[in-house]
Design a protein around this ligand. Structure first.
Ligand code: ZN
Ligand code: ZN
Length: 338
């Protein structure tokens, strides 16, 4: 039996406050993690406010978790106590549906979200099925690697699934938590990377992150100059865009993948897809093996998210700054302060 200390919202939109809960016996195929660091993702905010109708209260956010294995159930063989590990959006999947058997565990229809109907990582401890608890490779800093487990894999997946190579041109719409990781990863793959942002305010940052080109959409005609250019566009913004304008930027067989999630329905002209045989797609998170590949790739290429470390007590203030896009580019909570 374990008492877990956490920060929880007692109702939708309420500020987080200290909250303790009894976690019960550790199931034989589960791992208990001593949380060291936990990133703040925009999805935590959506869940806090019950934007998706999935939230239960008290609500403990946090799904970009780095920690050390505190205990393992009797059936766990993949990690051992003391090992440094991470846990992301999912904490369990069925392991026998078509999606799980194909390695696309993130698309399992019964996959369990780490903060959906259970308590997440803004806590001193968190638990998950062993299969989703992945060892952090040597060379990755535990203090900055948490966001790889949600934001990182979310943008790595479309790069890999679309076979992006050094000869390809990748556009990234929006430079935030997701976008800045997309630029780093696509650049490390060798692709020619263009950041598409509203203003020039992040132009220097984009170059530092590895972007080759920068487009400020508020400048008249800026997008038109890039028509038929990109093999892949990763759209990280969660506000609605004029899709046809952006889809026209795709060259032959190019794909635009939405990883940001506007709550409103989107519309586009199918004729825009006919031209250049373009595709419009969505993607979220990635499978277990792919997540490990992403971690290994980041360790090999020295890729870490840009983070700002905060104490547990600063979390409510940090939410406000996330909403105001006033963070470059991810907050990470130091769990020793919880
Ligand atoms: Zn997330
Ligand atoms: Zn499944």
């Amino acid at each position: 039996m374990t008492m877990i200390r956490s920060y929880a919202a007692l109702q939708a939109g309420a500020p987080l406050q200290p909250f303790e809960y009894e976690a019960g016996e550790l199931p034989r195929d589960h791992v208990e993690i001593d949380v060291k660091y936990c990133g703040l993702c925009h999805s935590d905010l959506s869940m806090l406010d019950n934007d998706w109708g999935l939230s239960q209260y008290p609500f403990v956010a946090g799904h970009e978790i780095i920690g050390t294995v505190a205990a393992v159930g009797a059936g766990v063989q993949t990690v051992r106590p003391g090992q440094t590990v991470g846990l992301g959006w999912y904490s369990q999947s069925c392991m026998h549906c078509d999606q799980c058997m194909s390695g696309d565990h993130n698309l399992c229809p019964t996959a369990e979200g780490t903060i959906v109907g259970r308590h997440g990582g803004f806590a001193d401890k968190v638990r998950a099925h062993a299969s989703w608890v992945l060892p952090l490779p040597d060379g990755l800093d535990p203090a900055t690697s948490g966001p790889l487990f949600c934001g990182g894999i979310t943008v790595f997946n479309p790069i890999i699934r679309n076979g992006i190579a050094a000869t390809d041109r990748v556009g990234v719409i929006g430079i935030g938590g997701l976008g800045h990781m997309a630029v780093k990863l696509a650049h490390a793959m060798g692709a020619e990377v263009t950041v598409i942002s509203r203003s020039n305010s992040k132009k220097d940052d984009a170059a530092r992150l590895g972007a080759d080109h920068y487009v400020a959409t508020e400048e008249a005609g800026a997008l038109r100059a890039h028509r038929n250019e990109f093999d892949l566009i990763i759209n990280t913004v969660s506000a609605p865009l004029d899709l046809d304008t952006y889809l026209r930027l795709l060259r032959l067989d190019g794909t635009m993948v939405n990883v940001g999630a506007p709550p409103e329905p989107l519309s586009l002209r199918v004729f825009t897809l006919f031209g250049n045989r373009r595709s419009f797609a969505g993607s979220s998170i990635g499978g277990i093996r792919e997540t490990q590949e992403m971690l290994d790739f980041c360790a090999e290429h020295g890729i870490v998210p840009d983070t700002e470390l905060i104490d547990g007590a600063q979390v409510n203030e940090a939410w406000d700054r996330v909403l105001a896009s006033d963070v470059r580019y991810r907050f990470v909570i130091d769990a020793s302060t919880i």
